[in-house]
Write a protein that binds this ligand. Sequence first.
Ligand code: GDP
Length: 297
Amino acid sequence: MFDTLGHKLQDILAKVGGQDKLSEDQVKATMREIRMALLEADVNFSVAKDFVASVSEQLVGQKVGGVSGELDAGQTIIKLVHDELVNMLGADKAEPTLQAGRNVWFMVGLQGAGKTTSTGKLAHLYKKQGKKILLVAADTQRPAARDQLEILARQVGVPVLKVEDGEAPATTKARIDAQLADKPADLVIVDTAGRLQVDAALMNELAALKNELEPTETMLVVDAMTGQEALNVAQNFDERVRVTGLIMTKLDGDARGGAALSARSVTGRPIYFAGVSEKITGLEPFYPDRIAGRILG
Ligand code: GDP
């Protein structure tokens, strides 16, 4: 693992490298640098602070002075940081629940985050696994968003139900039920409306639709490039529509991945998937160790 460390951490290691023992001041200075590295990777300030506090606590417990095994003090710190990052990002692989009977997945997020694309990708993934899918284009204000999902649905080869402008949630529910009675599906994935910013009207609309459809999963789609803003977005959506899992998109870009740590730590919800391209096949399980490495980069 140490071979893959980026310059920043190589530098930090070099400063304390080779020593068996670190003074308290050295530990503090190292922790300051690690906090800086996290901030540079776009981790939210308070998340970075809590993270460093937690690692520092463990260090005190481990008494860096008495490092065990073959690692010196600097390496011990880096290993702790790496392990804690993996731990916080969710060491266990988590998948959304897919139960026998009714499954309704609600896709939420800001406009441009990759909600519609991810909805298409999920349809592709689960269709391949033999599931019958119904997509719902539920943006009651933007016909273009509904058309975009329709194009993806056609590409994947699954049916899509489009709401009308201004359609009431109860009507949408009735239309979905009617469609399912005619053509049953294992999984209904609802692509909801997004806005460029979190606003009260959007949240009210989502909450109303959520009450009506009673989704079994509510996935927040977060653009990994949003950096610091990811924490506020995740917090706001979670407060209003209680998120059950996250999808981090655009991880193929040059985002350092701090947004994943922020969104995950503020909601405490698992990151189910990573978006890694614009293509319909560009959805992967989320691998915490890869992102930990990137954040430390
Ligand atoms: P929505 O407004 O949240 O529904 O966002 P869209 O699904 O329309 O996506 C916005 C833009 O991001 C589109 O150009 C997508 O092709 C692109 N996009 C979505 N997910 C990914 C991803 O994982 N990687 C890359 N490179 N682009 C993505």
